[in-house]
Design a binder for this molecule. Structure first.
Ligand code: GDP
Ligand code: MG
Length: 260
C-alpha cells in the first residue's frame, strides 16, 4: 500500500500557478484574448475572499495549472496625477507577475515604430522576468508583414518568446498557454478552480461603463477614465439601481460626457 502511494505521488504532475501581467494599449485585444482563453464571456461572480490588490483580467485553470492574468492600466508618460497612479499600479502588477506579456497589434505595428513603446521597453529592461511579445490580430495581416515587426521588436528587447496570435480566431493561444504554464512556479491554485475572475460585480459594472465611454468617445476621451460605483442596490422584483461616478482628466471632458 505504501509503495502504491509513492508511485501515485511521483507520477502526478506538479500543479503550477502564478501571475501574468499584460502590457498593452487599449484595443490591442486583451479582452478578446481573455474570452478566447477562458472560453466564454467573463461572467459576473460574487467576490471571493482571496483578493489581490491588482485588477484581474481573467483566470485560466486546467488540471495542470492556474494562470491569473493581471491588467496593467497602460504605461503613459505621467502627465497627470491619474497617469502617475496608473504607472504605479502597472509597476506593482508587473512586480508581482511571473511572466510579462507585451501585447501589440499587428496591424498598427506595420505602420508605426517600435519606438512608440519606449516606455514599455524601459520598464522591461528594469525587471528581471520572462517577457513574451504577443503580436495579436495576425489574421488581419499578411504573413510576410510579420517578419519585419518581429525583427524590430526583438531588437528593442530580448523577449524570451514571440507569439504571433489571433485572439479573435483563437489561433496560437494554446501554445501560448502551454509556454506560460512552464514558467510558473509549482504552487497550488490561488483561486477556487471554478472562478473566472475574482472581481466583484462592482468592478465589472465599472469596467462596462468604462468600456462604453471608450467605445462612444474614443476620440475625445482617453481610456484613462476612472469609474467608481458609489451605490449598488439590488431589490427583489426591481431593477438594480446603480450610481456611478466618472472621473476624467480635464474639465473639458466633463462636457463631452454629460452635455451642457
Ligand atoms: P482591449 O481594449 O485590449 O481589451 O481590446 P479588445 O479585446 O476589446 O479588442 C479591440 C478590438 O480589436 C475589437 O474590435 C476586437 O474584435 C478586435 N480584435 C481583438 N483581437 C483580434 C484579432 O485577433 N484579430 C482581429 N482582426 N481583431 C481583433
Ligand atoms: Mg478590454
Amino acid at each position: 500500500m505504501e509503495n502504491l502511494e509513492t508511485t501515485v505521488t511521483t507520477n502526478k504532475k506538479e500543479f503550477r500557478c502564478g501571475y501574468v501581467a499584460i502590457i498593452g494599449e487599449p484595443n490591442v485585444g486583451k479582452s478578446t484574448l481573455m474570452n478566447a482563453l477562458i472560453g466564454q464571456k467573463i461572467s459576473i461572480v460574487t467576490p471571493k475572499p482571496q483578493t489581490t490588490r491588482h485588477k484581474v483580467l481573467g483566470i485560466f485553470t486546467n488540471e495542470d495549472c492556474q494562470i491569473v492574468f493581471l491588467d496593467t492600466p497602460g504605461l503613459l508618460k505621467p502627465k497627470y496625477r491619474l497617469h502617475e497612479a496608473m504607472m504605479n499600479s502597472a509597476r506593482a502588477a508587473i512586480n508581482d507577475a511571473d511572466v510579462v506579456l507585451m501585447m501589440i497589434d499587428a496591424v498598427r505595428a506595420k505602420s508605426s515604430s517600435a519606438k512608440e513603446h519606449e516606455l514599455e521597453f524601459q520598464f522591461l529592461q528594469g525587471i528581471n522576468k520572462s517577457a513574451y511579445l504577443l503580436i495579436n490580430k495576425i489574421d488581419a495581416v499578411e504573413k510576410q508583414e510579420l517578419l519585419p515587426v518581429i525583427a524590430e521588436y526583438t531588437a528593442q528587447f530580448p523577449f524570451k518568446e514571440v507569439f504571433p496570435i489571433s485572439a479573435l480566431n483563437n489561433q496560437g493561444t494554446s501554445e501560448l498557454l502551454a509556454s506560460i504554464a512552464k514558467e510558473l512556479p509549482v504552487h497550488p491554485p490561488f483561486y477556487p478552480t471554478d472562478s473566472i475572475s475574482e472581481q466583484s460585480e462592482r468592478f465589472f459594472v465599472s469596467e462596462i461603463i468604462r468600456e462604453k465611454i471608450f467605445e462612444k468617445y474614443r476620440e475625445e476621451i482617453p481610456y484613462s477614465t476612472t469609474v467608481d460605483i458609489v451605490q449598488f442596490k439590488e431589490e427583489d422584483g426591481k431593477k438594480d439601481e446603480i450610481h456611478a461616478e466618472i472621473y476624467v482628466e480635464r474639465d473639458t471632458q466633463k462636457g463631452i460626457l454629460i452635455g451642457k
